[in-house]
Design a protein. Sequence first.
Length: 154
Amino acid sequence: MIDFSSPQKYRTQVDLIRLEACLQASLEKLGYAQDEAVTLKLTDNRTIHKLNKTYRNVDAPTDVLSFENDYLDPESGLHYLGDIVISIEKAQEQAANNGHPLQQEVEMLFVHGVLHLCGYDHAEEDEYAEMSCLQDEILKEMNNPLLGSISPPA
């Protein structure tokens, strides 16, 4: 389940049902139970810039951030993996620059964020290969053509 924490103006720009399907495909691929949940916040460059500076000490906007919190909601019984924040402005810019729809970009960023919440990273070459492969497999399952979209480690 996705708990959307976003202004209505951003929610109307994406297909929330497709994003829910991306979450379910990701969880299934990774062997997680289907009672897992994430919070998704769609925001602007200014807000994600502040978060990036505060939590990663990077003084620039980014496209997606993930914050693990591993929380069991006692009322719903849902296990929250964490929070994903996506800058719609950055996603729009990247989609326009690469000539594909915003929805495809947001799906790719969302799957990327889910993988981070599940413990995957791409800072080292071996981690990069594994995470990139998983992300591509999930995107293929979702008929999203944005494969090979994780930058290799510097």
